[in-house]
Write a protein that binds this ligand. Structure first.
Ligand SMILES: [Zn+2]
Length: 114
């Protein structure tokens, strides 16, 4: 008979309405500089467990905060997998080198090994 057992986190109101106005615009083309900035964003705005849930350790907004979402999306556009993004966050180094996506490794400046 404990009503607290029915409590569940309510989704943020802005997830369904007005999201477009609140999201930070993504760059049309993700450069290496954008990707490096995105790494810094996701690392600096990493999740932190708090007594009511998980918050951004930088600005205490509910995690993921706007900048963290932006960084994740930029890195995804850059070709990183979720696991690679998670590894960067876990590493916690804002200056960590951005993993090179497989497509970029097959550049015109690389000669085939054989
Ligand atoms: Zn944040």
């Amino acid at each position: 008979m404990n009503s607290s057992s029915t409590l569940r986190p309510s989704p943020p109101a802005d997830e369904s309405t007005g999201t477009a106005l609140r999201e930070i615009p993504l760059p049309p083309y993700v450069t290496a500089e954008d990707a490096q900035f995105a790494v810094r964003a996701v690392v600096v705005h990493a999740p932190r467990r708090w007594s009511g849930g998980t918050v951004c350790r930088n600005d205490a907004s509910p995690h993921p905060c706007r900048l963290h979402r932006w960084g994740t999306r930029v890195l995804a556009l850059r070709g990183l997998r979720d696991a690679e993004i998670a590894a960067l966050i876990e590493r916690g180094d804002p200056a960590a080198p951005v993993p090179t996506p497989p497509d970029a490794r097959r550049g015109p400046f690389l000669t085939p090994g054989v």
